[in-house]
Design a protein around this ligand. Structure first.
Ligand SMILES: [Zn+2]
Length: 348
């Protein structure tokens, strides 16, 4: 869990992935599990693990399998600093503004990080009118208070600096809870799956992609460069088996194993790959479940449609309270995630 914790506590929003990329690159280099590590022009980090067949076997023309986990998280970029030193932001990724009240944030500047607090403009509840109490603010209503004089803010903070919410990594019962488990879980699972491997006949390209949260922008050039035979998007999905949501809208069930995304609004997974993963899961006694997400997409859509088309499946860890600082992932699902991916890679 130390690696997952570190990944969740390293800020990196779309277009500002250098910090998480550096953490991942250091870890991947130190692991000794990869033959080549490269970074493409957009900033995707691609770690290659060549086929390692059993002794006395030769594999000619190994299958190229691309794994893809986006390493960005939802956040903000500084848009404006006003005359009083209050900072306005532009979102990069989809926030529910009801979750943004009274948040601690971190403004990441070229000269270090500044702690701040985020609130919507307007009166506190004691003096708010009845109408004001009912209003759900939009993102542009929120501002950040850095507790510093205006000149100090203006000299430290620049338009385009990254801002993230501050949320600790905690173990909560059978779960881990943190911000940005979407998608540090996918990054973590890809690494664990490859660390588990002994022999395998495919070449594995583990891509850690950029700018997924603003429209799957990094995965397509990564897939074009890799030219895989099979694509596997490693991400997270909704788990709405929680109060207030009808059971038919739950999408996935926490603790029921790795979710095989049958479809979402960005792609339909290759049904043959779904069945292959299910067969490997049964054979190895690993839990899996099928899930359909009516709205939402992930990197697999771009891999599937690159070049002449690629057989692609999307894998997902069920996450409760997704896109908040209290995202929760069940330990059994984390375990099933990397074990099933390892077993499938070994089966090729
Ligand atoms: Zn995601």
């Amino acid at each position: 869990m130390e690696l997952l914790k570190t990944l969740t506590q390293t800020p990196s929003v779309p277009g500002r992935e250098s910090r998480i990329r550096a953490v991942l690159e250091d870890y991947l280099n130190a692991s000794g599990c990869f033959d080549e590590i490269e970074i493409d022009s957009m900033g995707n980090l691609i770690a290659v693990r060549r086929a390692r067949p059993e002794p006395d076997t030769v594999v000619s023309n190994p299958l190229r399998v691309m794994l893809a986990a986006h390493m960005d998280q939802i956040g903000f970029l500084v848009r404006h600093i006003d005359d009083n030193g209050y900072v306005r932001v532009n979102p990069v990724g989809g926030f529910d503004t009801r979750n943004l009240f009274a948040r601690k944030v971190r403004v990441c500047t070229g000269e270090g990080d500044l702690p701040g607090v985020m609130n919507p403009s307007g009166r506190p509840i004691h003096i708010a009118t009845d109408d004001e109490k009912k209003k759900v603010p939009v993102i542009s209503d929120f501002f950040i208070d850095l507790g510093m004089e205006a000149e100090a803010v203006q000299s430290r903070v620049r338009i385009g600096d990254m801002v993230v919410l501050d949320g600790p990594f905690q173990e909560v019962g059978d779960y881990v809870a943190s911000q940005c488990l979407d998608n540090r879980v996918g990054c973590w699972a890809q690494i664990r799956a490859i660390e588990n491997l002994t022999y395998h006949n495919c070449d594995i390209y583990a891509a850690f992609t950029v700018q997924e949260e603003v429209g799957l922008r990094g995965a397509m050039p990564a897939a074009f460069g890799i030219e895989p035979h099979i694509g596997v998007a490693c991400d997270t999905t909704l788990c709405c088996k929680t109060p207030g949501v009808p059971d038919e809208e739950r999408v996935s069930v926490a603790g029921a194993g790795l979710a095989l995304h049958v479809m979402d609004s960005s792609m339909i997974s290759d049904i043959g790959l779904i069945e292959d993963f299910e067969a490997v899961a049964v054979k190895n006694n690993i839990k899996s479940q099928r899930a359909i997400l009516p709205r939402g997409g992930q990197d697999g859509a771009m891999i599937q449609r690159s070049r002449g088309g690629v057989r692609t499946i999307a894998l997902a860890c069920p996450i409760k309270y997704i896109h908040t600082v209290t995202e929760m992932a069940h330990r059994d699902d984390l375990e099933a995630y990397h074990r099933l991916l390892t077993a499938w890679l070994t089966s090729l």
